[in-house]
Design a protein around this ligand. Structure first.
Ligand SMILES: *[C@@H]1O[C@H](CO)[C@@H](O)[C@H](O)[C@H]1NC(C)=O
Length: 917
């Protein structure tokens, strides 16, 4: 029998009630944000039926021509338009097609130019475009060969463009196949019967330039799923259909950079950053579509049958793209492999910046570390508890009244000394610098920005005045290169008093966040440099701010110190300026789970350096959640613990000895893998292939992996799966590929191409090394990554069924740009025929700068070795070393499990082979 309920003491009862009510109190404020139906261009575009225009978009006969620059030009006419549109098609090797459509500014009289986003596409793009051959036209269809295996087919009336495989004629991507194209013409003056004003809540958008939205459909052939379009909260890696049969909640994916208080872990509403890039993938094809446009965008993923068709075509995904303003400047990328699609996108928007070594280690943040004593205490706490960390962060409270570039002198009287003390242990600090500038006439930055006219202007031409952390604030106009220069100069040691060479920067609130603005951001009719309306560039404001800040750190270090700038807002191209994170998440299990698809999506869309706040920003994590978050976070490319100021302190040692030990172990896993992570960042900085990868990026043919958002790869060699439920007892982990996998903790082998039901362990999450790979580690723990520089390496060789394996190690000075001039070590380790060989794979044409290292390999662990060999011979030198049984991981008490070559002491900088005798 149940015991009778006991009466709860009143205060306790109250507490429970408050706790029960808090999820509601702490909820996303849906009403603050516009949905598609409240957004006229979206509503209009979305309700139009396919092919419903009386006289559809058509290509003017005879207008198709090759331009002197090798691109193709043509005129498009459309019944809703008084003037034709101008089309330009150009090709970029190897497999990208660029489509531009804009007003015709030469003959007609549009009232002004539409905004074309500057400084995102690489400057050498035009120089790289191919000279296209003459189109072949017959019966209203023109065909242009793009390469030996691709062509583009242009139907004139109605206009439709298809990229095909030349041999088979199989389509890969198409544009306007469903006749949904619309391009609202700029109007010279407002027709009397129309109103251009739009209202949302208490805000009025005057829309002085009238409607100017653009809509079109794009189809991905051979795709089972589409991915991309950050940033949204989602536990699904693939983008779910947003319209059509079976779709209940019908909102398109929204790209509109917003500061969303307590965002949902599952919602198509836009968050802090926007990248209008989508990847389609299936067993038959991989392709991508990127639309360079910084206005609000809404994108529908259409479920089969959305158009009322009864015979459903499979293997094709239709999408609808809608933007409030701008032009069409779009890129079609054709695989064949999904990695090729990522590389093609990167070839247009730029390779990711190579981070400094310290930035790839663990970061400790909180809003706020109160004062110098607090900073001291936290720093000492890590040492006392034997937990490494590299960076201590200061949030907004460190400033004098939220005036960035200043210090609260009572809390931080000696900032330089504080930084030097931290730097003494090889650590760094980060301070926050946001774009809202306090409108205080005694604040030099405000004085200067006002005098120089550097603020964004409101619709009446005055400095725009919005409300943010400091109260009344204005925002520098980062679209203007001169203002970016000015901003960059503020980071010099002279201008930023109290900063030292070990201080780096965090850009928050750069969507921009405006507390009293429509949807917590800037009104759309605010005016930027060049008479650009905010609506046209909104999604790129944070990008320019990030750019100017990163340029500031670059200048500060005289071009020799790689900047570290973390940004909350982002856009296509942000990878060139630094790291991003998934913003103000919450301390619940669902947010831990959604962090994986979110970080994977950022990686696929060019941003390899990202992570989610470990522990969750809002709310207090259950200690078990915090522990699980550290175990997952140790694999995020950007690994930072952070917390809201209303939360309880949560430094890693505050939850009892057992949990401290587990968190220490999770952070140790990251530190031991730092050589591997750094090698992956190198790869990302050259190719754009992300550090953390969806399984299908490595196993593109394995359908089981296509919508797996719970497990992830770190590089080509490691697979991990988080534990996303409280008290979970067992977990099913799918291991792709034919080869075996080895448990990172103890080397136990697991078969590939199947799911394994595993017991959930308290002290780690399931993580495996793939057979056929070699992973470099450093297994000695110091206070910070900087102090590990001279430590010896461990190599972990996981053999595959042909007794072979391969892996890489990249090392440079960890901070400067000398690597661009040849100063690095890049080795490939190859194990085959019972022999491990170290090969130099650094190209020798980069420059004269040299980097060398005395570091040696102190241990080589071989998983899956079948011979019982006891000795190995090192060449050159013919030196004999023992093979013993040794532990696979560093965990205390882990039992000897794998053949280990002890102290071969070969240098990582040298060529050598080690033969198993
Ligand atoms: C085993 O690994 C080596 C090195 O990565 C690779 O060349 C070989 O194809 C792999 N063998 C199998 C059967 O996958």
């Amino acid at each position: 029998m149940d015991p009778p309920p006991r009466r709860l003491a009143a205060p306790l009862l109250l507490l429970l009630l408050v706790a029960a009510a808090s999820p509601a109190a702490r909820a996303w404020k849906k009403d603050e944000f516009r949905n598609c139906n409240q957004t006229p261009f979206c509503k209009r575009a979305r309700t139009r039926a396919p092919h419903s225009l009386d006289a559809p978009l058509s290509l003017a006969a005879g207008s198709l021509a090759i331009s002197p620059d090798g691109s193709i030009s043509a005129e498009l006419s459309h019944p809703s338009r008084p003037r034709p549109l101008v089309l330009r098609l150009s090709a970029l090797p190897p497999h990208a097609l660029r489509l531009q459509i804009d007003e015709d500014y030469s003959t007609a009289t549009p009232p002004h130019r539409r905004f074309q986003v500057p400084d995102v596409l690489l400057p050498d793009l035009e120089a790289r475009t191919l000279h296209l051959p003459e189109p072949k036209t017959a019966a209203g269809v023109s065909t242009v060969a793009l390469s030996s295996d691709l062509d583009v087919v242009v139907k004139h009336d109605p206009f439709e463009l298809t990229v095909r495989r030349a041999g088979s004629g199989d389509p890969v991507l198409s544009f306007n196949s469903h006749g949904l194209f619309d391009f609202e013409p700029l109007q010279v003056s407002k027709p009397e019967e129309e109103t251009w004003e739009e209202h949302f809540r208490s805000h009025t958008d005057k829309r002085p330039r009238g409607p100017q939205s653009i809509t079109f459909d794009v189809s991905f052939y051979g795709a089972d799923f589409v991915y991309g379009l950050p940033e949204h909260g989602s536990t699904s890696l693939a983008l779910r259909p947003t319209r059509g049969p079976g779709v209940e909640e019908s909102e398109p994916y929204r790209l509109f950079n917003l500061d969303v208080f307590e965002y949902l872990h599952e919602s198509p509403f836009g968050l802090y950053g926007s990248i209008p890039f989508m990847i389609g993938h299936g067993a038959r094809a991989s392709s991508g579509f990127f639309w360079l446009n910084a206005a609000e965008m809404q994108i529908d993923v259409l479920a089969p049958g959305w158009d009322g068709a009864t015979t459903l075509e499979t293997g094709r995904i239709d999408t609808l793209w809608m933007a409030e303003a701008g032009v069409i400047d779009a890129f079609f990328f054709v695989g064949s492999e999904p990695k090729d699609v990522v590389k093609q996108y990167i070839s247009v928007t730029g390779t990711p910046a190579m981070p400094q070594q310290f930035a790839t280690a663990y970061h400790q943040c909180r809003w706020n570390y109160r004062d110098e004593a607090d900073v001291d205490g936290v720093d000492a706490g890590f040492d006392e508890h034997d937990i490494p960390y590299d960076v201590l962060w200061l949030d907004i409270e460190h400033t004098d009244g939220k005036r960035y570039f200043t210090w609260d002198h009572s809390a931080f009287p000696n900032p330089e000394e504080m930084q030097r003390k931290i730097a003494g242990k090889g650590r760094k600090m980060v301070t926050i610098v946001d774009p809202h500038i306090k409108r205080d006439n005694s604040f030099h930055l405000h004085q200067e920005a006002t005098e120089k006219g550097y603020y964004v202007k409101d619709a009446d031409g005055n400095d725009y005045d919005g409300w943010c952390w400091p109260g009344s604030s204005s925002y520098p106009d980062m679209l203007n290169p001169e203002i970016r220069e000015w901003w960059a100069d503020k980071f010099s040691y002279e201008n930023y008093k109290g900063s030292t060479p070990t201080l780096y920067i965090w850009n928050d609130m750069n969507e921009p966040s405006v507390f009293n603005g429509p949807e917590v951001t800037m009104p759309r009719d605010v005016i930027h440099y060049g008479d650009v309306e905010h609506r046209e560039l909104h999604n790129a404001y944070g990008y320019y701010f990030h750019m100017a800040t990163a340029d500031g750190l670059l200048k500060r270090g005289e071009g020799k110190d790689r900047p570290f700038v973390l940004s909350r807002a982002f856009f296509a191209g942000s990878q060139r300026y630094g790291a991003v994170w998934t913003g103000d998440n919450s301390a619940d299990w669902d947010h831990l789970k959604s962090s994986i698809p979110m970080v994977l999506t950022l990686g696929l869309t060019g941003l390899p350096f990202s992570g989610a706040d470990v522990g969750g920003f809002f709310g207090n994590p259950e200690p078990d959640l915090l522990v699980r978050w550290y175990q997952v976070g140790a694999f995020y490319p950007f690994f930072r613990g952070h917390a809201h100021h209303d939360t309880k302190r949560r430094e890693p040692w505050l939850f009892g000895e057992r949990r401290t030990a587990i968190i220490r172990e999770a952070i140790h896993v990251r530190y031991s893998l730092l050589p591997y992570f750094y090698t992956l960042f190198r790869e990302a900085s050259v190719t754009g292939i992300p550090v953390m990868r969806p399984l299908w990026l490595e196993f593109p043919d394995d359908k089981e992996t296509y919508n797996n958002g719970e497990a992830f790869m770190v590089g080509p060699s490691l697979l991990a799966q988080g534990i996303y439920e409280e008290g979970q007892k067992s977990v099913s982990v799918y291991l792709p590929g034919k080869e075996s996998w080895y448990d990172l903790r103890n080397g136990s082998p697991y078969k590939g191409s199947m799911s394994h039901k595993l017991q959930v362990l308290e002290d780690s999450i399931p993580s495996f090394q793939r057979g056929g790979t070699i992973v470099p580690r450093k297994d000695r723990f110091r206070r910070s990554s900087t102090q590990m520089v001279n430590d010896p390496y461990t190599l972990v060789i996981a053999l595959n069924s042909s007794n072979a394996a391969e892996g890489e190690l990249y090392v440079d000075d960890g901070k400067s740009y000398d690597y661009q001039h040849g100063a690095f070590i890049h080795r490939r380790f190859v194990f085959a025929d019972n022999k491990l060989t170290s090969l130099n794979i650094a190209p020798d044409n980069l420059g004269k700068k040299k980097f060398t290292s005395e570091c040696v390999i102190e241990r080589i662990i071989i998983l899956g070795l079948r011979s019982g060999a006891k000795k190995a011979i090192i060449e050159p030198g013919n030196q004999e070393v023992e093979i013993e049984s040794g532990p696979v991981s560093l965990r205390s008490g882990s039992s000897p499990a794998a053949p280990t070559i002890r102290r071969p002491n070969v240098r990582i900088a040298d060529d050598w082979t080690i033969r198993i005798a």
